[in-house]
Design a protein around this ligand. Structure first.
Ligand code: PAF
Length: 287
């Protein structure tokens, strides 16, 4: 495995791989890797000849009042995990390499429009613009054949798919099923920021999603009733502060009709202390 710090070194290495006819798989991350990231790398290894992981905590997707400085980092541990996983290249640039004027900002941004401003975008107004911008820059640097993203960040995946379609970027974006802890909590770098009590309490997220699926299995189709049941379940855990409970069209993230007629996605945002957890579950109809 090679650790590469600069854009030009990475371009040189990947140009050589491409000239040997190798396909390139790419997993963008902000580091502090967990089993969910390693599953993305495994997917890349299954579908592509060479796998590249980027580790970059991207300042443009954090608002000034958000947790950029607090975001967990441990590059030596990440490198060990990736080496063990058999990853080929790790691209870990510093901020000035990605945003050369030293401010952690750029003049040109990619704005994915409506999809960026709804749901989590309403809570974090510049977040998806920062994500779309850095992912676009990384796509230009790596020029992957395929890029792998977790479905946990459902709206992020939708924003990136839209960006790639709208800008005709030549990359196949692959969504990968969320990896969960044994108690059902979605794996996330942010879980490490939870106190022991909050970590235990956070199991209410998968429980609320499971409840919604059970109700759908029993024939419930009313969005209001499903939402009410989920909110009620989440409120049984006083350590969690509900920020959002949304049921949206699973494809477009548009509002659904009051009675569901097609698969919908349940999107949860719940804060435990200062840590915001998100999760998603696609409500499927069995009958
Ligand atoms: O999901 C993440 O870790 C980040 O939003 C991403 C896609 C690496 C962009 O910084």
């Amino acid at each position: 495995m090679q650790l590469i710090r600069t854009i030009s070194d990475l371009r040189t290495a990947l140009k050589a791989e491409r000239s040997r006819g190798k396909s390139i798989g790419f997993v963008p991350t902000m580091g502090y890797l967990h089993i969910g990231h390693l599953t993305l790398v495994k997917n890349s290894q299954q579908h592509c000849d060479v796998s590249v992981v980027s580790i970059f905590v991207n300042p443009t997707q954090f608002a000034p009042n958000e947790d950029l400085a607090q975001y967990p980092r441990d590059l030596p541990r990440d490198l060990k995990l990736l080496e063990e996983q058999g990853c080929d290249y790790v691209f870990a640039p510093d901020v000035n390499e990605m945003y050369p004027d030293g401010s952690g900002k750029t003049s040109t941004y990619v704005d994915a429009g409506e999809l960026s401003s709804i749901l989590m975008g309403a809570l974090r107004p510049h977040h998806f613009r920062g994500v779309a911008t850095v992912v676009s820059k990384l796509f230009n640097i790596v020029q992957p054949d395929k890029a792998f993203f977790g479905e946990k960040d459902y709206q992020q995946l939708a924003v990136i798919k839209r960006m790639v379609a709208d800008l005709n970027q030549p990359v196949d974006v692959v969504g990968v099923t969320t990896v969960r802890e044994p108690d059902g909590l979605a794996c996330s770098s942010r879980n490490s920021l939870l106190s022991a009590q909050d970590r235990a309490a956070a199991v209410v997220l998968p429980q609320a999603m499971q409840l919604a699926q059970t109700l759908v299995d029993q024939g419930e189709r009313s969005v209001a009733a499903l939402r009410h049941a989920v909110v009620d379940k989440l409120q049984q855990e006083p350590r969690g502060e509900i920020e959002a409970v949304d049921i949206r069209d699973a494809e477009t993230l548009a509002e659904t009709a009051e009675q569901l007629t097609a698969p919908a996605v349940l999107l949860l945002t719940v804060r435990f202390g200062k840590t915001r957890l998100i999760d998603q579950h696609v409500l499927r109809f069995l009958n």
